[in-house]
Write a protein that binds this ligand. Sequence first.
Ligand SMILES: [Zn+2]
Length: 205
Amino acid sequence: MIILFIGAQASGKGTQAKIIAGKKGFAHISTGDLLRQATGELKEKTDVYISKGKLVPDDLILELLKERMKRPDCKNGIILDGFPRTLEQAADLEKVTKIDQIFEIKISDETAKKRLTGRWNCKKCGIAYNLVTAPKPKKGKLCDNCNIPLYQREDDKNEKAIQKRLNIYHEHSEPVLKKYKDKVIKINGEQTIEKTTKDILEKLE
Ligand SMILES: [Zn+2]
């Protein structure tokens, strides 16, 4: 059973993928984890790109995924989070496995912008806060642990940069959602985390 979670940045897709995987005993596989957990020859190959700050090519991500899918925690099902992002990647994925269900976690660009510009981080301990959603810092814009001012990533401050990221998401994901429309289940991502989880669980086959 392969389930895809597709959603814009700040849609809560990753959070939901993790919660649902935990509740159903599925493996939660994100592209970031795949890259971080690479070992041996595959790690050497990915490191070449990462060290240069380059995007890891699709065929390599697919190889990492194939290796990862052999692990025993995948036997009940797999939630793929952040892959495939494009039609090409989806076609590649289908060479390896069948796609059973796709959950599209929908939020408006306005909500995404609001949530993204609400992100503040602590330079010292690395904690990420969100002034719009959660977790919010207890005191103004100070870190709860370190009591020092929080900062915003340049990317999250800049509305233009955010809109650009959202446009890329739409441009890539819409053809995928269209191609697999019979498998796509739309979920309202503007609700609370709990309500969104409930909706997904109700629709999960
Ligand atoms: Zn801190």
